[in-house]
Ligand binder design. Structure first.
Ligand code: BDR
Ligand code: CA
Length: 313
């Protein structure tokens, strides 16, 4: 089977970094390009971090674009308290040598989709949805080229991680999230409900460390860094590894289970801004607009990660 064409839209972030590594290591996927967005840290750092990760993986020819530096209509909220000042805190990393592409990420997404065959591109947003919403609003015709959007964001049973009611990616740009959830495109959502079961336990991370490769060592060091925050917060034996679940789903969807439900985004209330109001129990007659994941085979997920990352340098 021909590899699936994907665009990774991201705000690295250590978990975004692992997602990029997994995608680059997987022959089932063809990474057309990586588009950076402001999120965990400002755009000047997320675009740089995306390039650092591609170089680390041994894929310096990957196209990396910088996109929107602020949400559609709000001030940027960042997450240095989780990811550190650089967004990739942990090990010391050299500045990347590979270039940043000249085009704006949104222009490139539009051009690429317009040049593509119908339903031939899967969008993989791992951060706030500003770039994707801007592209869909400016060029609604690109919907034809989009096979599916698989994103990390939202929560229902796990409620919030940045406010008591909202998950970070949706909270940072709720207006953008609303555009994406209302787009009428096939949409698969990886919420906290499921990613909180993908914990970086010690034996799982030791497997990365024991690979004896640069990628294995870095992955272990990154997860060691960000897990301190979540372990303290939740009292769990590891931290959720959110973003790689998007890529793992494309490689092996059988690792995940969920429900086809309606999800609406709160954009008005100050108290619950960015909440993903998920009709998990089917108590409304609102039409389903996404597949909302609730569970995963965590062992299978980490086995896939270890197997694929071991193929990198
Ligand atoms: C999401 O927020 C970011 O901090 C992570 O990279 C992930 O995409 C989890 O809420
Ligand atoms: Ca992210």
């Amino acid at each position: 089977m021909a590899p699936r064409n994907i665009i990774i839209d991201t705000d690295p972030g250590q978990d975004d970094a692992v997602a990029i590594l997994l995608a680059l290591a997987s022959p089932e996927l063809n990474v057309l390009g990586i588009t950076a967005v402001a999120g965990n840290v400002p755009l000047n750092l997320t675009q740089k971090n995306a390039r650092i990760v591609c170089e680390l993986a041994g894929f310096p020819e990957t196209l990396v674009f910088a996109g929107c530096d602020t949400p559609l209509s709000r001030k940027l909220v960042t997450a240095e308290h989780v990811h550190g000042k650089t967004g990739l805190d942990g090990p010391q990393l050299d500045a990347p040598e590979m270039p940043l592409q000249d085009a704006h990420a949104v222009d490139w997404i539009i051009e690429t989709c317009r040049a593509a065959q119908a339903k031939s591109i899967t969008l993989c947003p791992l951060g706030p949805l500003t770039n994707i919403a801007t592209a869909l609003t400016r060029a609604p015709d690109i919907k034809d080229a989009i096979e599916e959007i698989v994103l990390m964001g939202g929560a229902y049973f796990a409620v919030g991680n940045i406010t008591p009611a909202a998950e970070f990616n949706i909270y940072v740009d709720p207006e953008a999230a609303k555009i994406v959830f209302d787009a009428g495109l096939p949409l698969t959502v990886m919420p906290l409900d499921m990613t909180h079961k993908a914990l970086t336990t010690k034996p799982r991370i030791d497997k990365f460390r024991q690979m004896g490769t640069t990628v294995g060592t870095m992955t272990a060091a990154w997860t060691d860094f960000f897990e301190r925050f979540d372990m303290e917060k939740y009292g769990s034996e590891g931290a959720p590894l959110h973003d790689p679940t998007v890529i793992a789903y494309l490689i092996n969807p059988d690792l995940f289970t969920g429900r086809q439900i309606n999800v609406e985004i709160e954009t008005q209330s100050e108290l619950t801004l960015g909440m993903t109001v998920a009709d998990w129990w089917g108590v409304t007659d609102r039409a389903p607009n996404c597949m909302f994941m609730g569970d995963l085979d965590a062992e299978g997920f980490y086995e896939l990660l270890a197997e694929r990352l071991a193929t990198l340098q």
